[in-house]
Structure formats: C-alpha cells, structure tokens
Design a protein around this ligand. Structure first.
Ligand SMILES: *Cc1c(COP(=O)(O)O)cnc(C)c1O
Length: 382
C-alpha cells in the first residue's frame, strides 16, 4: 500500500515539496501576500489583459446576460451564441476553417490526442513537451516515442522506423519551462515526408508572436497544410480561461463526435467567452503590448548577462534562470520574496532532474524600472 506520509516526507527531504501561496489581491504584475505587496514575475498573463477594464466589463456584462455557469456540456444545452461567435472569431484570426472551444488546455490536449490516436498508433513527442501532452499519450495507449529536445534528426529516425498506420507528431511551439521555440518548419517538413500529422500546442506563442499575435506558426509563416492541428489556450496571453483547437472542418466535426474531454464536461461560462472576444480584439489591435515585451526582454537579458547569470536560449517572455540544484532554487525564490519579488522555483518532475530554475516571466504591464528592480534583487541574492 502506498504510504502517503512517507512519500510526502521524501518530497520534503528532496526539496521538491510544493506550497501554495495565497494571494489577497493581484494585478498580474503585483501580488498582495500576508499584507505585503510583491512585484510578481511569474504570471502567464503576458499581454496584461487579465485585469484590462474592457475585458473585465465584458465578463460582467456577459454574466448579466448569460448568468454565471453554462449549465451543461456543449452537446446538451451549454453551447451559446457567445461560444459560437468566439469560435468563429478565433478561426478568422488564425485563418483556419474552424475552431472548437475546450474548457481547459489540459482537456483540449487529452481529448484531441486521444480522439486521433488509439492503441497500435504511434505518437512522437518532444522530450520537453507539456505534461498534458505526455499524459494524453498514456490515456490513448498509443505507442509513445519521446525524441530529444528539438531534434528533428531523432524524430526522422523514429518516424522512418515506424510501421503504424496513424502517426502523430506533437510539440509545444514555445516550450513552457524554457521559453525557446520548436523548430516548426523542420518538424513540419519531417512530418509531411513521413506521412504523419503534426499537432502544435501554442499556449505560449499566441498573442505574443506573429503578425497581430497570431502565434508561432504565423511567426514562421507556416500554413494550415503544414500544421493541420493547432491548439491554443486562453488562460495565458488572452488573460481569460479555456482553450481551443483549430483545424479543418472535418477535424473539428470529428472532435465534436469523439473528443471525450469535449463531450463529457461542462462548457466554459459564456461570460468567459464574451471576455475572451474582447481580449481577442485588444490583442490584435494593441501592437504596443508585443513591442513592450520585446523591450523588457532585451533589457533583462542584457542586465542578467552583465551579472553573469545563466540565461536560457529564449526570445520570448519566458526567461528562466537555470539554477540546477532544487534546494538552491528554493532558497533563491525565498530570498527574492524577502525583497518583495515573487518568482516561483520550478523543480523536477516539472523539469528534468538537476535543472531546477527560477521561471521569470514578463508582462506588457511591467515597466523598465521594474526590470531594473528585478536585476538588483537578483544581484543581491545570487
Ligand atoms: C498551460 C499549458 C497547457 C494547459 O492549458 P490550461 O488551459 O492551463 O489547462 C497546455 N499546454 C501548454 C504548453 C501549456 O503551457
């Protein structure tokens, strides 16, 4: 029998124990904890839209019109014209025939992969893919092969050796704990050469990269044929909640029939869909948010290099500092908290053993002066 206390004690000993910090208020860049205000660098609200007055107002009006809950799953009576409009607007934005809303990104990944792959099929995943993509492999029972991070050669070898009828290659577009980009043009070419589907999870690229924030595929100039299955989340740069899959008419109809995490769960609150429609408009119109992020990223990377800190190969708002040892990463996160700076220590199993890190993220609402404050604090604790 699994001994829960022993297991918890082991986590403590190995500095892998997780604690939740309770925030009494937050604006994305600031967090109130135990009466003390902190400058926060750990939210995925990259564009600063989660607290935008227009997005908040859209949610309030949405709740007045629709109520708080959707009341049912999409296929029963939970699919509102607010959801439907959002699906159409997302499809327009991305230049894809259709999109399908899911209640979370985790469920979008589980449901889509399990609908497409079955026992006997083959799934090829980057070693650093998000946990939801890896869990999807267990759920669908396909043969999963993990290839070395961003190694298209390793992928090609595995694809060439595969005899499965259905082959699905899946990758994060921006790796969530490293901030680097997948080599999507090469992955797309490799998948097509070996007659495999390519699915890309653009949780961290949408809103941030590409023309008007159309994401990593747009950044690379890749079209629908080169990457037929695109998944995006709404809880990050969109600042709201939920997720979607974008693709062909046939793919979306197939998912409506077969994706169990779509069928057997309550639809997003329509008010969240209304808020997301507003945030989609802002995200496209306000180019300054993306420009501001680039300014902050550049300033941070220059400063951190001068301090001799170990940056990772990232051009995105995810700018982790590699620490290595979990105890040290936790100690640094605690020391930063003493300086009123909130940054999480990311440890195994979220990242590979020996690669604990401070996952620093930026928002368009941060100021250059706050970046300097962060650099000063890092200098003091390093
Ligand atoms: C956050 C994230 C998800 C999960 O999305 P949720 O909407 O938070 O469930 C999936 N994939 C990646 C790469 C993510 O970063």
């Amino acid at each position: 029998m699994l001994n829960l206390s022993t297991e918890l004690a082991r986590r403590q000993r190995e500095n892998l124990y997780r604690h939740r910090r309770t925030l009494d208020s937050t604006t994305g860049t600031r967090a109130l904890i135990n009466g003390q205000e902190h400058l926060a660098f750990c939210s995925n609200d990259y564009l600063g839209l989660a607290n935008h007055p227009a997005v908040v107002a859209a949610m309030q009006q949405g709740a007045s019109r629709w109520g708080v809950g959707s009341g049912a799953s999409h296929l029963v009576s939970g699919h509102s014209s607010a959801h439907h409009a959002l699906e159409e607007e997302l499809a327009d934005f991305l230049g894809r025939p259709r999109t399908l809303l899911f209640s979370t990104g985790y469920m979008a990944n589980l449901g889509t992969i399990a609908a497409l792959c079955k026992r006997g099929d083959s799934l090829f995943e980057d070693r650093l893919n998000h946990a939801s993509l890896l869990d999807a492999a267990r759920l669908c029972q396909a043969r999963m092969q993990r290839y070395a991070h961003n190694s298209v050669t390793a992928l090609a070898t595995r694809l060439a050796a595969s005899t499965s009828d259905t082959r699905l290659v899946v990758s994060d577009a921006v790796f969530s704990m490293d901030g680097d980009l997948a080599a999507l043009p090469q992955l797309a070419q490799c998948a097509s050469q070996h007659d495999a589907w390519l699915m890309v999870d653009d949780a961290h690229g949408l809103g941030v990269l590409g023309r008007q924030g159309r994401g990593t595929l747009d950044h690379y100039g890749l079209d629908h044929d080169q990457c037929p299955i695109l998944m995006g989340t709404l809880g990050k740069a969109f600042g709201t909640f939920g997720a979607f899959v974008a693709g062909s008419e046939t793919l979306i109809e197939y998912l409506i029939q077969h994706a169990r995490t779509y069928i057997y769960t309550t639809a997003l609150p329509p008010a969240v869909a209304e808020a997301t429609r507003t945030s989609l408009k802002l995200l496209q119109a306000e180019e300054w948010r993306r420009q501001k992020l680039q300014t902050l990223i550049k300033r941070f990377r220059q400063g951190a290099t001068q301090l001799g800190l170990t940056l990772m190969d990232s051009t995105t708002p995810i700018q982790p500092l590699l620490i290595g040892n979990s105890a040290k990463a936790v100690a640094m996160s605690e020391a930063l908290l003493q300086q009123d700076i909130l940054i999480g220590a990311i440890r195994p199993p979220t990242v590979p053993d020996g690669t604990a890190r401070l996952r620093i993220t930026f928002s368009a609402n941060h100021t250059e002066q706050q970046i300097d404050q962060l650099l000063n604090a890092l200098e003091a604790v390093a």
